[in-house]
Design a protein around this ligand. Sequence first.
Ligand SMILES: [Ca+2]
Length: 336
Amino acid sequence: MHTYLGLIVVVHLVLIAEASGSPKPCEKDCFSGKCINGSCVCDHGWVGDRCQHCQGRFKLTEPSGSLTDGPINYKYKTKCTWLIEGYPNAVLRLRFNHFATECSWDHMYIYDGDSVFSPMVAVFSGLVVPDSVGNETVPEVVTTSGYALLHFFSDAAYNLTGFNIAYSINSCPNNCSGHGRCSTANSMSGRMYCECEDYWKGEACHVPYCRQDCGSPGHGYCDLTGEKLCVCNDSWQGPDCSLPIPSTEAFWVVPSVKPSPQSLGRASHQALVHSGLMWVVGGYSFNYSYYHMVINYNLETSTWEAVAGGSGPLPRYGHSLALHQEELSLLAVPGY
Ligand SMILES: [Ca+2]
């Protein structure tokens, strides 16, 4: 009987000793997981000894948030997919706060919908850097189905820091660029839009107008009746009428062009300007098997026109294009 009691006491002491022993720590922090018995146990969708790499599928249902490949370089040969679920027909904005992948080998595909069979709206590969020092503008991708599917793929060699993409549902474009207020007032659909401060226009209040009051009254005046721009006097030109005619200085003009079916986005096309027309030949568009092989843009009227196909050359991309002896005969050297 004594022996039996003694055995129980010993077992009890052993149990107390085990319970009071501190758990074995992990050598390094676990990023997306918990440290259990000296090793990181990863949350769903994360892998690596520190749970530092995305791999697998994620579903995001909060009205705003962010997604990343992880805190350090992404993994070789990986696939990560995020489905952002808003609500039907909500506007969803994705902001590329950081993006660095191996150009042409590691890609981020973005679809406007809940699967890869939805329209593809963008593909990113390479580096996203601000236009200029102090310009904090980052690219925004917009989906209008209320959903977005992002798929990241990396190949077997070379990696970079990856990406950090913020998203929000029913927000204003580019946060109104710091030059306006985000509002739902006067919006039939209940969607948010930017109310711009004076002298800023555009969907995101990103376009300045009538800078320096157009040099009024000597150089020109601000016309607020239409597009809100400077109308320069005869001897002045430029967006703010600050350059004399003729000018030794080059300047940019942003034309006011409405999107049209003919101007459908394309890649690997060729373009040249001849007699006030910009000709665009060929190219590749991701979502449509049919597109206009030859289109032109009239620099005077700001309009696109498609040239009827028929007996012309077959659709192609990655080709070369040349103007022959200033005549309007375009030479399209084979591509794909
Ligand atoms: Ca790579």
